[in-house]
Design a binder for this molecule. Structure first.
Ligand code: NCD
Ligand code: ZN
Length: 335
C-alpha cells in the first residue's frame, strides 16, 4: 500500500466557532494538524486582548488530549499603536474583513482609504504583525475578488514592509499578484483546488460546496493548481473550513462555508498524488507557512495511505464536503 508522511501539517485559515460547535469541530483539526490560524469572526468578533486570551483558552479546553497550537488572530479595526503593542505577543496576525462581505463580518472595514488606515497599518508593519485579508468587493459575485486587486496593490505598495496575506484566493488575477509584490502572500483552500462554479450550481445546487469566495472558472482553477502543486514559496494551505449546522446549509438562504477540516489532508494527498507532486505537499501544507509566519510547530507525524475512505454523512450535525463519497486516501496514523 502506498503511503505518504507529512510532518507538522498546518491549516493557516480555520473557523473553529465557539461553544458546542467549537467542542465538536476543534478535535477534528487537532487530530491531524499541528496548528491552525484561527479566524476571529465570532459574534461579537475577537477584538480585544481579553477576547483573544479567553478564546484561546476555550479552544485549548476543547482539545485537551491532543497537541495543537491555535495561532490567534484579531479582528481588524483601525486600532492605535499602543493597543497593538499590548496584543503583539498573543496573536499571529490581524484579519481584515470588508464590512458585511461574508459570515459575521458586519463590524469590518467600510473604507479602504489608505490615510484612514495608515496609523494602524504602519504600526503593524513596525511591529511585524501580518495582515490577513478577505479580498472581495461588493461587486458582481464572480468579479468580487478580481475587483479587489487594486486594493491589494494599494496596500502592498503603501506598506512595503507589511506582510499581506491574500486569504483563500480563487482567481488567476490573485495568483498573478504574488510575483508582482514582494510583500503579498496567499492561502489556498482544498475545495478551490477541486471546484469550479459548475460544481456548485451547474447541476443540482450543492449547498455544502457554497462558500465565499465562490469557486470560479476552469482557468482560475488551473492557475491555483499550478502555484499549489509547485508549492510556490509565497503560498500556503488554509482550509477555510467553515462549519455551519446542517439546517443553516440545507435551508432557504444557505450560509456560506465549506466544512472540510476532517477530510482536507486526505484530499490534498489525493490531488498532489494525482498530479505526481506528492513531494511538494510538505512545503504547501507546512514548510511555507513556517517560513512566512516564522513559526515552529511542535512535532507531529501524520501518515496517510492510499486506500478507500468513505466520508461520514455528518460530524455532530455538521455535513462535510463530499459527505458519503469515497476518497482514495485515508489517515493511517498520527504521532
Ligand atoms: C466563512 C464563515 O462561515 O465564517 N465562510 C465562508 O464562506 N468562507 C467566512 C469567510 O471566511 O468568508
Ligand atoms: Zn474564512
Amino acid at each position: 500500500m502506498k503511503t505518504h508522511t507529512l510532518l507538522m501539517p498546518l491549516d493557516m485559515h480555520l473557523h473553529l466557532r465557539d461553544a458546542v460547535m467549537l467542542e465538536n469541530v476543534a478535535p477534528l483539526s487537532a487530530y491531524s494538524y499541528s496548528g491552525a490560524l484561527v479566524m476571529p469572526n465570532l459574534v461579537p468578533p475577537v477584538a480585544t486582548l481579553d477576547d483573544v486570551q479567553a478564546y484561546k483558552q476555550r479552544i485549548m479546553a476543547a482539545v485537551p488530549n491532543d497537541y495543537f497550537e491555535p495561532y490567534m488572530t484579531l479582528f481588524y479595526k483601525n486600532y492605535d499603536k499602543a493597543f497593538l503593542e499590548s496584543v503583539v505577543d498573543d496573536i499571529l496576525a490581524l484579519k481584515l474583513y470588508p464590512a458585511g462581505i461574508t459570515t459575521n463580518s458586519e463590524g469590518g472595514v467600510s473604507s479602504f482609504d489608505i490615510e484612514e488606515m495608515r496609523p494602524t497599518l504602519q504600526a503593524m508593519s513596525d511591529l511585524g504583525m501580518p495582515l490577513c485579508v478577505h479580498g472581495e468587493t461588493d461587486g458582481f459575485v464572480m468579479d468580487r475578488e478580481a475587483e479587489f486587486m487594486s486594493i491589494y496593490e494599494n496596500l502592498a505598495s503603501s506598506f512595503p514592509k507589511l506582510k499581506i496575506i491574500m486569504e483563500h484566493i480563487t482567481t488567476k488575477a490573485a495568483v498573478e499578484m504574488l510575483d508582482k509584490y514582494e510583500n503579498l502572500y496567499a492561502t489556498i483552500t482544498v475545495h478551490h483546488l477541486l471546484l469550479t462554479l459548475d460544481d456548485v450550481v451547474g447541476g443540482m445546487m450543492q449547498p455544502h460546496l457554497f462558500c465565499k469566495p465562490i469557486a470560479k472558472r476552469p482557468e482560475d482553477l488551473d492557475a491555483l493548481l499550478s502555484v499549489a502543486l509547485q508549492a510556490h514559496p509565497k503560498v500556503m494551505f488554509g482550509s477555510d473550513s467553515a462549519p455551519h449546522p446542517q439546517h443553516k446549509k440545507e435551508s432557504c438562504g444557505c450560509a456560506a462555508g465549506v466544512f472540510s477540516a476532517p477530510i482536507s489532508l486526505q484530499l490534498l494527498c489525493e490531488i498532489f498524488d494525482q498530479y505526481g507532486k506528492l513531494d511538494n505537499l510538505q512545503a504547501f501544507v507546512s514548510d511555507n507557512a513556517q517560513n512566512i509566519y516564522g513559526i515552529c510547530p511542535e512535532f507531529k507525524e501524520v501518515v496517510l495511505a492510499q486506500r478507500p475512505f468513505v466520508v461520514p454523512q455528518n460530524y455532530s450535525g455538521v455535513v462535510p464536503m463530499y459527505a458519503g463519497e469515497t476518497l482514495n486516501w485515508a489517515i493511517e496514523s498520527v504521532e
